[in-house]
Design a protein around this ligand. Structure first.
Ligand SMILES: *Cc1c(COP(=O)(O)O)cnc(C)c1O
Length: 371
């Protein structure tokens, strides 16, 4: 049902193409985890998961137990794993829905093991190693003994060992190299303790594209799968197609005079008589207010300046002289129109943030048209 003239379009064939392009960078036998946390970075987790699995993804990564349960409820039956350790109160649900958690504390590991054992099953987990990002994980130099300790618990099996990079998007970065070294040493240390690390994985999108040495047994890709580049250097190495477009229809067109101001605070004033149009989306839809007066919108195949402060639900755009767009015409905030294109990256720069954050934000209130 058509209730609103502002929406997100998601092109699932672009996602399939991107996955094939990323898999072409991998040696045979290297697995591919499709990361669909945060409703697939705003693209819609269920549809993206189906597209990813048919394009050759092996398993699914999410951030929260609730995200994993929603995919199970939708009938997804491949391995689903959490990229972090949830609270112990989530263990019942993990076991009930066969969700594989990351493990970072012995308290969680022993509860998971004993609750699984009590049900007569073996729970799988992936041991998260902190090699330098200092977010979550067992310290790299403590991980081998930790692995030994939890490997002995009845009811629990370490299915994999992983780490996460802080600077994989910076080519040649020293700290990145140190994390890679530490991770390789840690995995060797775990083997030395007589524990099989199973699936060894580290690479996010930037490492997958820039650093084949990090591929190990599996890569974990989010951003690149959606057709966005994690850094400029990645553009030369793989061809990706953006899957998300953000569009709206002009709700109002009006003529304003020299000196007339626009939107809250009247932060922009017309330097000449101008045609101004209103679009029915704003910062509650993911158009960051910080991009006010700094972003462009495609209308009539042309780049047009957004003017005045972005409001919660609306924003205004001034038409270049000669642009005859009218109410009901389509405007593109992210995506293509005619020969012009605005990438998520461009809008992110105007807003002082990154493409990751904007894609998530566009997924929150706008309705989605999946093609
Ligand atoms: C989000 C996340 C990823 C995916 O990162 P991208 O840069 O979007 O590919 C991979 N691993 C972990 C642990 C994550 O949290």
């Amino acid at each position: 049902m058509h209730l609103r003239d502002a929406w997100v379009e998601v092109d699932l064939s672009a996602i399939s193409r991107n996955i094939r392009a990323l898999k072409a960078l991998l040696a045979p036998g290297v697995g591919f985890m499709a990361v669909v946390k945060a409703d697939a970075y705003g693209h819609g987790a269920e549809a993206v998961t189906r597209a990813a699995l048919s394009a050759g993804a092996d398993r699914i990564g999410v951030a929260t137990t609730k995200e994993a349960i929603a995919l199970r409820a939708a009938g997804v039956n491949v391995p689903i794993q959490l990229l972090a350790q949830p609270p112990q109160s989530a263990i019942d649900e993990l076991l009930q829905h066969s969700i594989i958690p990351a493990v970072t504390t012995s308290g969680f590991a022993s509860s998971l093991a004993s609750m699984a054992d009590a049900r007569g099953i073996e729970a799988l987990c992936h041991l998260k190693v902190d090699t330098g990002m200092n977010r979550i994980g067992v310290r790299h130099d403590e991980a081998p003994l930790f692995a030994r300790e939890i490997a002995d618990l009845p009811g629990l099996r370490i299915e994999g060992v992983f780490t996460h990079f802080a600077t994989a998007d910076v080519p040649g970065d020293w700290d990145f190299g140190r994390q890679v070294d530490r991770f390789e040493e840690t995995v060797a240390g775990i083997r030395n303790e007589g524990v099989d690390p199973g699936i060894v994985h580290a690479a996010n999108s930037p490492a997958t594209i820039l650093s084949p040495r990090t591929h190990q047994s599996m890569v974990r890709c989010g951003l690149a799968m959606y057709g966005m580049y994690p850094c400029e250097a990645a553009r030369d190495l793989v061809e990706l197609t953006p899957a998300m477009s953000v569009k709206a229809r002009i709700t109002l067109k009006k003529r304003i005079n020299i000196g007339d101001g626009v939107s809250y605070g009247l932060t922009w004033r017309a330097a000449e008589p101008s045609d101004l149009v209103t679009l029915p989306l704003g910062y509650a839809d993911g158009v960051h207010r910080a991009a006010s007066n700094a972003m462009e919108v495609l209308i009539g195949g042309e780049r047009c300046q957004q003017v005045g402060r972005v409001c919660m639900d609306q924003l205004m755009v001034v038409l270049p002289r000669g642009n005859s767009a009218k109410a009901g015409d389509e405007a593109v905030l992210v995506g293509r129109q005619g020969a012009e294109q605005i990438e998520m990256d461009e809008l992110a720069q105007a807003a002082g943030t990154i493409n990751y954050e904007l894609a998530c934000a566009f997924g929150m209130r706008l309705s989605r048209r999946i093609a």
